[in-house]
Design a protein around this ligand. Structure first.
Ligand SMILES: NC(=O)c1ccc[n+]([C@@H]2O[C@H](COP(=O)([O-])OP(=O)(O)OC[C@H]3O[C@@H](n4cnc5c(N)ncnc54)[C@H](O)[C@@H]3O)[C@@H](O)[C@H]2O)c1
Length: 358
C-alpha cells in the first residue's frame, strides 16, 4: 500500500546535520501539508542555520534535545501525534570514532534503542496503526570491506563492521530489525553509500578538499589513495528515503547507492580540476599540486560498493545525478555559500584537524 497521499506528522532526528537537513528541505518542498518536527542535539555537526529558511513555516518545529532523553521523546511523540519517524541522528565520522568511541555507542546504540522503545509504547497506545513507519537511516559501512573483485553489498551480505562508527551503526540496525521481528514495530532500514552535497560539515572528505584548495592548504589523502567509495548525491539519497517511507515494506532493508565507484585519489583529482575551472584566484593552481599522501587511517576499509537492485526493482527508485554533475553543483554551493562554512572552521575544528592529520 502506498502511504504517500496520507497526511503525516514526521519526526526527523538529526535534521540539523548534513543529510538530515537536506531531507527536511526535501520533505517540506514535497509535502507542504505535513507537520515536520526536527529533533537535534546540535552537536559540533548540527547547525540550525541549515534550516533557517524553514523557521517561519507553519507546520515546522525545531526542538533542541538528545535522542537518549526518553521523557522528551515520549512527550514529542504524544504531543505531535507522530505517524512517521525518520531517524538520522548519529555520530557519523569514522575518524572521530577512532579518537573517541564513547559518544558513538551512546548516541548510535543507546539513542536508537531509546527512540525504538519510546515509539513502541506510543505505537501500542495508538492501537498499532498500520500506516506508521520508523525509518532507520544507516550506512553501507556495516558490511565491512570488499576486495577488488568481490560482488557489491546486497541486503543479505553479512555484517562485518571494522570501525567503532560502523560497529555502533550495526548495533543500531540490529535493534531496528529486532523490533520488527519481536514487536511487529513497522521499522525499515536503509543502508546507503557515501553522500556528498550542500551542508556537508567541513571535516568530511569532499568539503575538506574544496576548502583546503580555496585556502591553499595541503590536500591530505590517506595511504595510497586507492580506497574506493560509491558516491551518491545527497538529493538522490533524499528521494530514495522518500520512496522507502511511501512504498517500502515494514521489516525490510533497502540498500541505496549511486553506481559510482571512484578511487579516493581520482575523486580528489576530479575535485582539483573542477576547482581550477570554477574558482577564481586560487592560491595554488593547478590545485592538484596540493595533494599530499598521509599515514593511513587504522583499519581503513578498502572498497565499498552497493548493489541497489532491490530498491530499483521493488520500489522503482534510481539515482539521477552523475558524479561529474553532482560534484559541480556541490562545488558551486561551497563557492557561493562561504558564509556557511567559514564560521565552522573553529578552534574545535582546528584541534580535530591537528589530531587527525598532524
Ligand atoms: N554522510 C554519509 O555519507 C552517510 C552515508 C550513509 C548513511 N549515513 C547515515 O545518515 C545519518 C546522517 O548522517 P550525516 O552525515 O548527515 O551526519 P551528521 O554528523 O552531519 O549529522 C548528525 C546530526 O545528528 C545530530 N545528533 C548527534 N547526536 C545526537 C543526539 N544524541 N541526539 C540528537 N541529535 C544528535 C547532530 O547534531 C547532527 O545534526 C547518520 O545516521 C549516518 O550514519 C551517512
Amino acid at each position: 500500500m502506498s502511504l504517500s497521499k496520507e497526511k503525516k506528522s514526521i519526526l526527523i532526528t538529526g535534521g540539523a546535520g548534513f543529510i538530515g537537513s537536506n531531507f527536511v528541505h526535501h520533505w517540506c518542498q514535497n509535502y507542504s501539508d505535513d507537520q515536520v518536527i526536527v529533533l537535534d542535539a546540535l552537536t559540533y555537526a548540527g547547525n540550525r542555520q541549515n534550516l533557517a529558511d524553514l523557521e517561519n513555516r507553519k507546520q515546522f518545529k525545531f526542538i533542541q534535545g538528545d535522542i537518549c532523553d526518553r521523557p522528551l521523546i515520549e512527550k514529542i511523540l504524544k504531543e505531535e501525534q507522530v505517524t512517521t519517524v525518520a531517524h538520522f541522528a548519529a555520530e557519523s565520522h569514522v575518524d572521530r570514532s577512532i579518537l573517541g568511541p564513547d559518544a558513538f555507542v551512546q548516541t548510535n546504540v543507546i539513542g536508537t534503542f531509546t527512540l525504538l522503545e519510546s515509539f513502541r509504547h506510543y505505537w501500542n497506545e495508538q492501537g498499532n496503526p498500520e500506516n506508521s513507519r520508523f525509518l532507520h537511516v544507516s550506512t553501507d559501512e556495516v558490511y565491512g570491506s570488499l576486495e577488488a573483485d568481490d560482488p557489491a553489498f546486497s541486503e543479505v551480505t553479512p555484517y562485518a563492521p571494522n570501525s567503532p562508527y560502523s560497529a555502533s551503526k550495526a548495533g543500531s540496525d540490529h535493534l531496528a530489525r529486532a523490533y520488527f521481528h519481536t514487536y511487529n514495530l513497522p521499522t525499515i532500514i536503509t543502508n546507503c553509500s557515501n553522500n556528498y552535497g550542500p551542508y556537508h560539515f567541513p571535516e568530511k572528505l569532499i568539503p575538506l578538499m574544496c576548502i583546503n584548495i580555496l585556502l591553499g592548504k595541503p590536500l591530505p589523502v590517506y595511504g595510497d589513495g586507492q580506497n574506493i567509495r560509491d558516491w551518491l548525491y545527497v538529493g538522490d539519497h533524499c528521494s530514495a528515503l522518500e520512496t522507502v517511507i511511501n512504498k517500502g515494506k515494514a521489516g525490510e532493508t533497502y540498500n541505496i547507492g549511486g553506481n559510482n565507484e571512484v578511487k579516493n585519489i581520482d575523486l580528489v583529482t576530479m575535485l582539483c580540476e573542477l576547482m581550477d575551472e570554477l574558482a577564481s584566484d586560487l592560491p595554488v593552481k593547478p590545485a592538484k599540486e596540493l595533494i599530499t599522501f598521509v599515514k593511513d587511517r587504522p583499519s581503513h576499509d578498502r572498497r565499498y560498493a552497493i548493489d541497489a537492485t532491490k530498491i530499483k526493482t521493488e520500489l522503482g527508485w534510481t539515482p539521477k545525478e552523475t558524479v561529474e554533475n553532482g560534484l559541480r553543483k556541490t562545488i558551486e554551493w561551497y563557492l557561493n555559500d562561504q558564509k556557511w562554512w567559514q564560521p565552522l572552521l573553529s578552534k574545535d575544528y582546528q584541534e580535530y584537524y591537528q589530531k587527525v592529520y598532524g
